[in-house]
Write a protein of this length. Sequence first.
Length: 367
Amino acid sequence: MLGGDGGADGTGCALAGSDVGVDRTLEALYGAGPAGGERREAGLGQSAPRVARWLGDIRTYFPASVVQVMQRDAIDRLGLSALLLEPEMLEAVEADVHLVGTLLSLNKAMPETTKETARAVVRKVVRDLEARLSDRTRATLNGALDRSARVSRPRHHDIDWDRTIRANLKNYLPEHRTVVPERLIGYGRAARSVRKEVILCIDQSGSMAASVVYASVFGAVLASMRSLDTRLVVFDTAVVDLTDQLADPVDVLFGTQLGGGTDINRALAYCQSRITRPTETVVVLISDLYEGGIRDGMLKRVAAMKTAGVRFVTLLALSDEGAPAYDRDHAAALAALGAPAFACTPDLFPDVMAAALERRPLPIPEP
């Protein structure tokens, strides 16, 4: 800790002013008294009023990013999850993606008196994520869809003359005051009318909590784009299609059940059964690949979808934390099928989706 009473904690420096409060908030979570002794502040314990005061103190002394880390540590180190079921506690916390994941894992145990407060906390985080991610996602994917619809041998009435002229300015003949187009650019009618299909298939095991939150937000953004047909499927050992709830990602999140086993093969079987136009479909599997179902079946389904023309993307995580623990054998098997598995940050996800829609190489980050 910083120092303080009782021999100044061995530092030789006594604290004064706000430093005393900072030291007490740190010690309540991380500190202990002299060897063999008790915590000076007896920790946070399981007292809701004491924890609520502590949550207020850390927001006074530390920036939001540090507050979020300390809250996570309090939940992990001191077992405070049960206190999050109390409305006054939820009103005191600094909301972030990890807190949402914790609340979703407690959803079934949450009393009715707490659920509305919990939904308000989740909605605030979702609203902040949408503000951060939605505009860039739409712009990036609309550009990709625009380029994927472009054809190089259009019929005369489908030629995009503006792009064609700009692409052929090097062939301008001043004596004739004209451009000789070597390459025509246009939009085929069929290409414009065909909507791309995206299926987000999300592992909702407990380790994937942050990925579930981000994927739900992205699912809502994709569903709002008229040029895409978006389906969102979550799974553990059961499979749940939440597509009809995509208008509100908060409803999607409360429709998930974090924890339990994992049956990727069963989830992919469901997704495969919903594909009607393979060459216009992108399937995104978000999972750490710890398969509890039929491994060979999972791989055969991926191979069959790719053979049919589906663009298959495997994300080990969709979060800011980087690659989680994952099944390396399954990841290697998918890579051998041409479906490399990698972790993806939320900021990179629009570029990954754009590449998938355009059927160009994925922007896989360096390990």
